[in-house]
Design a binder for this molecule. Structure first.
Ligand SMILES: *Cc1c(COP(=O)(O)O)cnc(C)c1O
Length: 359
């Protein structure tokens, strides 16, 4: 039995199946697996070790260095690029590929003296307006990178979508058009599609697709998880019942006494709360899974616990496993209930939760 505590179980086979499914659908495009933010909570080192994606991508140098602690050879892109000469030297030393999205980064690469050229991905701002060279800056920046001695040739090209999680959003079409107008006859590779674009805009596949969420088996679509979604969730958040109590009609439960029983019932107490990363803001009625039965959360989620209404005829017992999200309880549904997105729930499971990666 061991010690009971919330657990995050990661299904490595599901990740592999999802990667295979992406490749099957990708029209020959290769796959950049986005493993920033500890692989969206799945464990960046485990995911990197067990997956044979063509390239991996992280947000920051600090994340890239953690990957290099365990693997010196897989291709790794740093999506935010390097911001000073120390970072640039480390990127060189550890053979990391850097995104160049800002004039300061470009100037640094022009000035630097490296013993071997570094692989660069230039980022075009086609309408997201967060990072990247604007359309009128792009050609000049691209040519300067082509001329920079410490930049490996050819320079690769990328852009990022703001609204690809919505079917036929006009900004996505505008971004696609801006990109196709400006991209030169380049030898470099092109990477545009994130998970949303992968699902909604097949014309964006290009040389590489750059995906996180669907790799983890989760849908980015604003309307939630489609019926026939072909990807398998890899993450399951579980805990246990630590109490089953008789509860009288009219009685409330939890902080703020926000929910009252409409009839005599049994309440279960689950040892998981917002300090584990379960969202505090879900309303009463949000489902959890016990065995194959869905039962509703009732009252406010506390730091270490939440209550569920098991019903008057409940057979559940202390020690029974409770699934908060996973294979048969989509994290997309819990995110909708919590008025957030699955990305946030998956990345915010806290260190208190034991993580188990099953290869
Ligand atoms: C996070 C990120 C991605 C992956 O997005 P998903 O929606 O998880 O597929 C792709 N590109 C960039 C630049 C990112 O920051």
């Amino acid at each position: 039995m061991g010690i009971l505590s919330p657990r995050l179980e990661i299904n490595g086979k599901a990740l592999q199946a999802n990667l295979a499914q992406i490749r099957k659908q990708a029209d020959g495009a290769k796959v950049i697996a986005v493993i920033k933010a500890n692989a969206y909570g799945h464990g960046a080192l485990d995911v990197c070790k067990s997956l044979d994606a063509d390239i991996f991508a992280v947000a920051r140098m600090s994340e890239a260095m953690e990957i290099r602690d365990i693997d010196l050879h897989k291709r790794v892109i740093v999506l935010q690029g390097v911001h000073n000469i120390d970072e640039l030297k480390l990127a060189e030393k550890y053979n990391l590929e850097v995104v160049v999205h800002h004039i300061e980064q470009l100037k640094m690469l022009e000035k630097a003296k490296l013993s071997q050229p570094i692989q660069a991905w230039i980022k075009m701002d086609t309408g997201m307006h967060r990072l990247g060279f604007l359309e009128h800056e792009f050609t000049d920046a691209y040519m300067r990178l082509q001329a920079a001695k410490c930049v490996a040739q050819p320079v690769h090209i990328m852009s990022h979508f703001a609204c690809a999680d919505e079917i036929k959003h006009p900004l996505s079409l505008k971004q696609i058009e801006a990109f196709s107008k400006l991209v030169p006859e380049a030898d470099g590779d092109i990477a545009l599609a994130n998970s949303g674009a992968f699902l909604n805009f097949p014309q964006t596949y290009a040389d590489y697709i750059r995906v996180g969420l669907i790799l983890y088996g989760v849908s980015p679509l604003v309307e939630g998880r489609p019926q026939d979604f072909p990807f398998q969730p890899a993450m399951t958040l579980k805990s246990y019942l630590i109490a089953v109590r008789d509860h009288k009609k009219g009685e409330a439960v939890g902080y703020g006494a926000t929910w009252k029983a409409r009839k005599n019932t049994k309440l279960g107490v689950v040892s998981v709360g917002y300090a584990d990363g379960y969202p505090r803001h879900v309303p009463s009625g949000t489902p959890v899974l016990i065995g194959n039965r869905r039962v509703p959360v009732v009252g406010r989620v506390s730091m270490d616990m939440l209550s569920v209404d098991l019903g008057p005829d409940a057979m559940e017992q202390v020690g029974d496993e409770v699934i908060l999200w996973g294979e048969d309880l989509p994290v997309e549904d819990i995110a909708l209930a919590a008025n957030t997105i699955p990305y946030e729930l998956m990345t915010k499971v806290t260190l208190r939760v034991k993580r188990l990666f099953h290869t």
